[in-house]
Design a protein around this ligand. Structure first.
Ligand SMILES: Cc1cc2nc3c(=O)[nH]c(=O)nc-3n(C[C@H](O)[C@H](O)[C@H](O)COP(=O)(O)OP(=O)(O)OC[C@H]3O[C@@H](n4cnc5c(N)ncnc54)[C@H](O)[C@@H]3O)c2cc1C
Length: 439
């Protein structure tokens, strides 16, 4: 990337697309100078948030902050710069018998982005968010000072920055705890559910599994509303591996991932093609339950198997809508949301349902609260704003909230959990939009 120029930038949803200054530097003095000489600066990691959270008037790309600082192999503690991708972390730690305690559904996010969104994985109910394992990070503030932030030092900045969406400064580096693994494989059980009642019962039955996630066919209605497949998993032990994997338990076969070479024309994705995809996906598994051993990439990062898959939504882009509904209203809220989507005809391929456990109250800017969370992709079209407004209304009615890192058009009241981040120096397009909606 050239160090500094005005260019068109968008995040993973390719919506919105804006023309802004983007700068990338590695020297602290130059980063400081960028902060001092500009107002409305925002950090951008790898742009894997979907909307406008890492877009702003002056974008600072952290991708040159890509060095490892230290790796304590005995205690499993890694320190690296904030622009290091989780993919690079995994390539170093997995062969050494370690894994990330928490990982989102793509490994192409930076460590800084994981902290700023306080990402969650398929194990929130059992192991919480990314921040639980962060011991400390360094943050450059609005004056260009570098602060070490931890639970014991600059605590106010530590907690405001976790889930703070880049609005407290630029995270420069972080130190975090890893988990031990015996193998690079997952013991997976994949179970089909006919409807919402069945999938909720399956989640209840699976609370003792470390990882749980369900894929939902959100075009179904009536008795089939909530038709889905639950995938639950545990890190496989050496003794559980089939002989083909057991010689190199910490190494997985290399894959050749295909790429989507160009933006698909707008008409390719419509309710019929989505319906077809969903039917094929559901029937790919003929039995009610399939148990298998899969490598960690297949289990955690199925979407990373196709490069640039975001282009299938066409040039106008897409949004991801992710909300959480508190557990006591989980079933009623999800039912209403799925009915509203099915009625709108705006099909989403990738509707993912997860269960969140209790939230860490100290991390007040973190999105998760105990309950059910659903993430859906929608192609941007003229009816989408209306659908989002309807969904926002349901989320509000059931006391839920939406996930800022996916948002690009939601109602600001659902993002009201974001606190102590107002700072005229660090401003994103998202934050401006939210503040303007309030007035
Ligand atoms: C396919 C896919 C699957 C996903 N699955 C999940 C999931 O399961 N769970 C989940 O929680 N998220 C998930 N996400 C969202 C993703 O994990 C977050 O959006 C993450 O923050 C992106 O990191 P990034 O490095 O790309 O940062 P960006 O997208 O560039 O930025 C995200 C936010 O972090 C801030 N930021 C980035 N770097 C820094 C820094 N160094 N200092 C200060 N602020 C910074 C930005 O200002 C912005 O507010 C998924 C995204 C994709 C595309």
């Amino acid at each position: 990337m050239k160090p500094n120029f005005v260019r068109k930038i968008a995040n993973w949803g390719n919506f919105p697309m804006v023309e802004k200054e983007m700068k990338t530097e590695e020297s602290l003095d130059k980063i400081r100078e960028f902060i001092r000489t500009n107002n409305e600066v925002i950090a951008r990691g790898n742009g894997r948030c979907y909307g406008d959270a890492s877009l702003g008037e002056h974008v600072f790309s952290t991708l040159r902050l890509n060095k490892f600082i230290s790796f304590d192999r005995i205690n499993g503690i890694l320190e690296c710069e904030a622009g290091v991708l989780l993919a690079d972390v995994l390539s170093v730690i997995v062969p050494q018998g370690y894994f990330l305690n928490v990982t989102p559904g793509t490994k192409f996010v930076t460590v800084g982005g994981a902290i700023a969104s306080d990402v969650h994985g398929k194990n929130h109910h059992s192991e919480g968010c990314f921040s639980e394992y962060v011991q400390e990070f360094s943050l450059m503030n609005e004056h260009g000072d570098v602060l070490t932030c931890s639970r014991g030092e600059n605590q106010d900045k530590f907690w405001a920055t976790i889930g703070g969406m880049g609005l407290t400064g630029i995270i420069l580096s972080a130190k975090f705890q890893l988990k031990n693994i015996e193998t690079a494989y997952i013991r997976q059980e994949s179970i089909k559910a006919e409807n919402l009642d069945e999938i909720f019962n399956l989640f209840d039955e699976s609370v003792n599994w470390t990882y749980n996630v369900a894929w939902i066919d959100c075009l179904q209605n009536g008795g089939k509303l909530g038709k889905s497949i639950l995938m639950r998993g545990e890190h496989a032990l050496k003794g559980e591996l089939p002989s083909k994997y057991s010689k190199k338990p910490l190494h997985i076969p290399k894959k050749m991932n295909p790429s989507v070479p160009f933006y698909f024309p707008g008409f390719v994705l419509n309710r019929f093609t989505v319906r077809l995809f969903n039917a094929l996906y559901y029937h790919r598994q003929s039995r009610k339950q399939v148990n298998s051993i899969v490598d960690y990439e297949t289990f955690f990062y199925p979407l990373d198997m196709v490069n640039n898959w975001n282009k299938i939504y066409g040039k106008n882009g897409f949004i991801q809508y992710q909300m959480v509904i508190p557990r006591e209203h989980g079933k009623a809220g999800m039912k209403k949301i799925l009915e509203t989507i099915a009625a709108s005809g705006n099909g989403s391929f990738l509707a993912v349902l997860k269960l969140f456990g209790k939230n860490n109250l100290e991390a007040y800017n973190s999105f998760p609260v105990e309950g059910y969370t659903l993430a859906l992709d929608f192609k941007v079209n003229s009816g989408l704003k209306k659908l989002v407004a309807q969904l926002d209304g349901i989320v509000e009615q059931y006391g839920g909230r939406i996930y800022l890192t996916k948002d690009s058009m939601s109602k600001s009241s659902l993002t009201g959990y974001l606190k102590n981040v107002h700072n005229p120096k660090f401003v994103s397009l998202q934050h401006k939009r939210i503040l303007n909606n309030h007035h």
